[in-house]
Design a protein around this ligand. Structure first.
Ligand SMILES: *[C@@H]1O[C@H](CO)[C@@H](O)[C@H](O)[C@H]1NC(C)=O
Ligand SMILES: *[C@@H]1O[C@H](CO)[C@@H](O)[C@H](O)[C@H]1NC(C)=O
Ligand SMILES: *[C@@H]1O[C@H](CO)[C@@H](O)[C@H](O)[C@H]1NC(C)=O
Length: 969
């Protein structure tokens, strides 16, 4: 049997013999036809697996139905089977076929020319395929009993075949969404059985021919989106059964034919986007079944007839973009089912009709008209059952205040009152409107301040209050509107700072605060806003440094212009090297004259120094250094004498001080270890060539002690922030006691009131940053070296935390590698030397390295604990494994390392994150758990991060899994 069929297939394909019965009369025609049909197509999902040529009859095959008596195929329905290929001639074997439904596949090629001649065929649905080409002009000539044909959603082109007119059995024709062109065939109106004609979305053109009244069965005519022109024929009113008329998006013109008033069954009429003109006729009130009426974007004019009030089934009404005048008919209060109405962009006058707030209505648009009157009444409580969700009264001439009772419109999602003449305050009751997404009050005359209560409008996505007379501050309560995307407050008289809380609005995209009187400095945390597209603060009195990083690296100069005291690259003005803010010097010295007032976070009774005073101090410091150097050199000359009252004196013991004078050029040098000879290396302090680097706390220089031992000297630039001498010494001594293999040891210090030096062990191998990102050391670090670095860092931090010292300033440039690659953590605990652990200072100055900063620094209500180091450590782990910086700037993108790794982990491709330089030479069973550990350490919530001691244990388990397990037991 199989061989017979194969043989026949070959014959069929080669010779295109259609009548196979003569070859093998025993073979079921339908099996053969379907197998041939299947042979022509692709079936990627094997949907047709049940189609087996060895079967005697196809009636149990998927998609096939038979007449139970004759066992002949009557129905083939393969909709959405993902089939592709050509529609083959095998189909023509199915002589009893009544329904052919192949919609939503991928069939291509042309239509079978003889398809309509299958005498029993009633329904053909080929919609949603990729068929193309012309339909032969005689396609419908012997159309048998065809009733329904849909070719919708293909690529057919050319004219609609004239033979269509001869297919008198047709009830439904759907040729929509193709590229048919040319005119409607003249005989088409003779198809008097036709009930539905859909030719929408083609390139058909010309007038709509006369004679449509012959289609007395017509229920739907859809000619939308073609190029028809000229008037709508009168006869349309005689198609009395018409329910749906869609002539939108053509170029039809003239008045509406009066016969249309007979269409009392019609529930959908769309004439949108044509050039119809004249008035809306009074008889429109006769079309009583209308549920949707859209005559938008035409040239209609005049006043609306009161008869609109008779359309009691009406649900949606769109009269926008015409030339209507006059006021809106009161009679529409009878349209009790209205849900959506759009009267925008006309010239309607008069006041807002009460029926706008009818119980059923959800969307009411009146923008760009000439409506007026006082809104205080219309927006108040009489409408307590209102379900209105969208109200747009923008660009009219409404006046008065917004009443507190506006809150009774509790379903409102969008309220646009912009461009009117409204006055008074922005009511605080907006805070009770929990559903509000969009509030636009711009371009009015509102005054007073933005109510604090606005924070209650927790669904707000857009808040637009621009171009009013608003005063006062931007309320911090806005941080409760956590979905906010657009905040537009420009052109008001707002004062005060930009609240740091804004940095919590992570969805923010558009912010415009320009043309106000805002002052203060910009919260640094704003740089963390991930979705920012535009941030305009121009024309204010903001000062200080622009936030660095994120969107602010590419902010356009015009967005920040006209703030005379703002500095940063975008305003083309460099910021002073020292903190641009007033700085406290010695809290115990005189209460001498000061400039400006005390910032609240710096406490009380302290002297403020202006920038010029700071410059003077820096100059003094240079002089002091000079004096030290000279005296040190003197010392060297008289190496063995010890009569140097005005020079730094070297201490051999734990504590040694020469004279307790406060003279500027006498100081106190303490070495914790004993035997120093500082004199040999002191010149290095003046030698910029020996500068090793600069950090948040100051510059670091290399020098050599008398015994030839190199040390690193850190000159504290935040010197004026340091506490009193006693406090300084107590803290430094405490740090000096911290000793660990993986910590850079603090060996001693030098103190004068205006200059402080810290003397550290010198580590020769350069910073981790340079190894990872600048290729220091030639070969990149191997996996083992990286693991060593990670575990060493972890141990040192565990040790610090055990001694109750928080590092505060972890970053790869603070991790040094010694000559054998062993990591040594530097710069720990220096925050203790500040007068207070002010978070602003910590986050802005010390934690300046973007990306390492734990999120709690941005949040004043969360206590900073050693868990902030765990966060920084987690970032370092990811940096070491991936070789990427915590935040990297691409052309128009910012990649945040921990987000990237987290995303990759979720998608199961975290291995791809490992530094490409390690390709093929790292053990995945170590690298992956290490990255996971890094992610856990960077948990947003501090308490979710492990302790450093736990981290050390975990790392040891990861390194030797088997031993680790034994240890656990
Ligand atoms: C049709 O084919 C294209 C590629 O040729 C494919 O992307 C698409 O998913 C297919 N559509 C269906 C419905 O199978
Ligand atoms: C024509 O076919 C398309 C696609 O199947 C369908 O969306 C549309 O509703 C049909 N038109 C009519 C009047 O049924
Ligand atoms: C009313 O019609 C206009 C133009 O055709 C359209 O832009 C607008 O979205 C419609 N209004 C509604 C509420 O659907």
């Amino acid at each position: 049997m199989r061989s017979v069929v194969v043989c026949i297939l070959v014959v069929l394909v080669l010779s295109r013999v259609v009548d196979v019965r003569s070859l093998n009369p025993s073979l079921n025609d339908d099996v053969l036809g379907l197998i041939v049909f299947k042979a022509d197509i692709e079936d990627p999902d094997s949907k047709l697996a049940s189609w087996n040529e060895d079967d005697d009859c196809p009636c149990n095959w998927v998609g096939v139905k038979c007449n139970p008596r004759s066992n002949r195929v009557t129905e083939l329905a393969l909709d959405g089977f993902s089939l592709s290929g050509h529609l083959g001639r095998g189909l023509l074997q199915l002589q009893s076929l009544r329904k052919l439904s192949l919609s939503n596949n991928n069939f291509t090629g042309s239509i079978l020319p003889n398809l309509a001649r299958l005498t029993n065929l009633r329904i053909v649905d080929l919609s949603g395929n990729g068929l193309s080409g012309h339909i032969p002009d005689d396609f419908f000539n012997q159309c048998g009993s065809l009733r329904v044909i849909s070719l919708s959603g293909n690529h057919f082109s050319g004219q609609i075949p004239s033979s269509l007119a001869s297919c008198s059995t047709l009830a439904s024709v759907n040729f929509s969404s193709n590229q048919f062109s040319g005119p409607l065939p003249s005989g088409i109106w003779s198809l008097n059985g036709l009930s539905s004609l859909d030719l929408s979305d083609n390139l058909l053109e010309g007038d709509i021919p006369k004679g449509i009244q012959d289609l007395y069965n017509l229920r739907a005519i859809i000619l939308q989106k073609n190029r028809f022109k000229g008037p709508l024929p009168d006869g349309i009113g005689d198609c009395l059964l018409l329910r749906r008329i869609d002539l939108s998006e053509n170029s039809l013109s003239g008045n509406l034919p009066a016969t249309m008033q007979k269409l009392t069954l019609c529930n959908y009429l769309s004439l949108r986007g044509n050039v119809f003109n004249g008035e809306v006729p009074y008889w429109i009130g006769e079309m009583k079944s209308l549920e949707a009426l859209d005559i938008s974007e035409n040239k209609f004019s005049g006043a609306l007839p009161p008869s609109l009030g008779n359309l009691q089934s009406l649900k949606t009404l769109n009269f926008s973009r015409n030339g209507f005048t006059g006021s809106l008919p009161e009679s529409m209060i009878n349209c009790l089912n209205l849900v959506e109405l759009d009267f925008s962009q006309n010239s309607f006058a008069g006041s807002l009709p009460a029926w706008v707030f009818m119980a059923s209505s959800q969307e009411s648009l009146f923008s760009v008209n000439k409506m007026s009157g006082n809104t205080s009444q219309s927006l108040s409580s009489k409408n307590s059952h209102s379900e209105l969700e969208v109200l747009d009264l923008s660009s009219n001439a409404f006046s008065g205040e917004i009443p507190t009772a506006v809150k009774s419109l509790s379903s409102l999602r969008s309220l646009n009152l912009s461009g009117n003449s409204l006055v008074g305050a922005v009511p605080s009751s907006f805070g009770e409107m929990k559903a509000m997404n969009v509030l636009d009050l711009s371009k009015n005359q509102f005054n007073g301040s933005i109510p604090l209560e606005i924070g209650g409008a927790i669904s707000l996505k857009e808040l637009r209050l621009a171009n009013n007379f608003l005063t006062g501050k931007i309320p911090t309560s806005l941080q409760s509107c956590s979905l906010l995307q657009s905040l537009i407050l420009s052109n008001n008289k707002l004062t005060g700072p930009i609240p740091a809380a804004m940095a919590k609005l992570t969805y923010l995209e558009y912010v415009d605060l320009s043309f106000n009187n805002l002052s203060g400095s910009l919260p640094k945390q704003l740089a963390n806003l991930p979705n920012l597209m535009s941030f305009n603060i121009s024309h204010n009195h903001l000062q200080g440094e622009l936030p660095a990083g994120g969107f602010f690296n590419t902010i356009s100069p015009s967005s920040v212009s006209s703030n005379p005291s703002l500095c940063g690259s975008a305003v083309n003005k460099s910021c002073p090297a020292v903190l641009p803010k007033p700085i406290v010097l010695n809290p115990n010295s005189s209460s001498d004259s000061s400039t400006g007032s005390l910032p609240p976070y710096l406490g009380h009774k302290k002297i403020i120094l202006s920038i010029s005073a700071l410059i003077a101090i820096s100059a003094a410091a240079v002089i002091v250094i000079g004096v030290i150097a000279i005296t040190v050199l003197n010392l060297r000359v008289r190496s063995s004498t010890s009569r140097s009252a005005a020079a730094p004196t070297l201490s051999g013991g734990d504590e040694f001080s020469n004279s307790p004078t406060t003279d500027a050029n006498s100081g106190k040098l303490v070495m914790f270890s004993g035997e120093p000879d500082f004199s040999t290396g002191a010149h290095a302090l003046l030698n910029k060539d020996c500068e090793l680097g600069r950090g948040g706390f100051g510059a670091v220089y290399r020098t050599v002690l008398g015994d030839g031992r190199p040390v690193a000297i850190k000159k504290l630039t935040v010197s004026s922030l340091v506490k009193s001498q006693d406090d300084f010494e107590r803290e430094v001594k405490k740090l000096g006691k911290v000793r660990h293999h993986n910590l850079v040891a603090l060996e001693g210090y030098y103190w004068t009131p205006s200059l402080q030096l810290l003397i550290y062990e010198f580590v020769s191998g350069g910073s981790l940053y340079k190894h990872l990102h600048e290729g220091l050391g030639g070969n990149s670090l191997s996996w083992n070296e990286r693991f060593n670095v990670i575990i060493g860092m972890a141990k040192s931090l565990a040790h610090l935390h055990q001694m109750n010292i928080i590092h505060y300033n972890l970053k790869s440039s603070n991790i040094l590698l010694d000559s054998s690659g062993e990591p040594k953590v530097a710069d720990f605990g220096l925050a203790r030397l500040l007068p207070m652990l002010d978070r602003y200072v910590l986050s802005s100055k010390i934690q300046s390295a973007l990306g390492y900063m734990a999120p709690e620094f941005a949040c004043r209500t969360v206590k900073i604990t050693e868990k902030c180091d765990v966060y920084g450590f987690g970032i370092l782990v990811l940096e070491v494994v991936t070789g990427k910086q915590p935040v990297e700037y691409m052309e128009d993108d910012v990649v945040v390392l921990c987000d990237m790794v987290r995303g990759a982990l979720e998608e199961g491709r975290v291995e791809e994150c490992v530094d490409a330089k390690l390709k093929g030479s790292f053990p995945a069973e170590e690298a992956i758990p290490v990255m996971k550990l890094g992610l856990i350490c960077t948990s947003q919530v501090p308490s979710n991060r492990p302790d450093m001691a736990e981290v050390v244990n975990i790392l040891e388990l990861i390194r030797c899994p088997s031993e680790g397990q034994e240890e656990l037991v």
